[in-house]
Design a protein around this ligand. Structure first.
Ligand SMILES: [Zn+2]
Length: 166
C-alpha cells in the first residue's frame, strides 16, 4: 500500500521539477504571512505586557488607599469615547492604544488613567473631592516611580547632541 511509484515510473513524477516552485512558495510565505503574524503577535504581546504592568500598579495602589475593584481589562478596540471607565461593580477598563494611530499610549497617560479610575472607586463623580483624591493616588504612583510624565518615550528619535550651523 505504498504511495511510492515503482522504480521504472519515477521519472513521471519529476520531483526535481516540483521542488523549485515549492521552495519559492515557502520563501514567499516566509516573507509575507509569517511577518504579518509576527506583527500581530507582538501587538497582542505588547498589550498583555502593558496590562500586566498596569495591574501590578493598581494592586499596590488599591492596597495603599484601601480601594477594592473587581478587574482591570483592556478596553475593546474601537471604543474611543474614553480613556478609561470604572463601572459601579468595580470593573475597570483602560484603553491601551491611540484611537487613530493604533499605537500604544504613553505609559504616563496609561498610569494616569489607572489612577483616575481607581479614584472613582471612592468618588463616583468628578467633584473637587474626587480630583483631590485622584491627585493623591497620582502622587503615590509618582513617588513609586510609576508615573513619570514628561519622560521621553523609548521610541522617539535620538536627540541631536549638537548641530553644525553654517
Ligand atoms: Zn472620570
Amino acid at each position: 500500500m505504498s504511495a511510492r511509484p515503482p522504480a521504472g515510473q519515477r521519472a513521471l513524477f519529476e520531483p526535481q521539477a516540483v521542488a523549485p516552485s515549492a521552495v519559492s512558495r515557502l520563501r514567499a510565505l516566509a516573507l509575507s504571512a509569517p511577518s504579518r503574524a509576527r506583527r500581530a503577535g507582538s501587538r497582542v504581546e505588547e498589550d498583555s505586557d502593558t496590562l500586566e504592568k498596569l495591574r501590578g500598579y493598581a494592586v499596590d495602589l488599591a492596597a495603599r488607599f484601601g480601594l477594592r475593584y473587581t478587574s482591570i481589562e483592556a478596553e475593546a478596540e474601537g471604543v474611543v469615547e474614553h480613556y478609561g471607565i470604572c463601572y459601579a461593580d468595580g470593573r475597570i477598563r483602560i484603553r491601551l492604544r491611540h484611537a487613530t494611530t493604533g499605537r500604544l499610549l504613553k505609559e504616563s497617560s496609561l498610569v494616569d488613567t489607572v489612577c483616575h479610575e481607581l479614584a472613582h472607586l471612592k468618588h463616583f463623580d468628578h467633584s473637587p473631592r474626587f480630583r483631590r483624591f485622584h491627585e493623591r493616588v497620582l502622587a503615590e504612583a509618582r513617588r513609586r516611580g510609576w508615573y513619570q510624565p514628561g519622560r521621553a518615550p523609548r521610541t522617539t528619535k535620538p536627540r541631536l547632541l549638537w548641530e553644525v550651523v553654517r
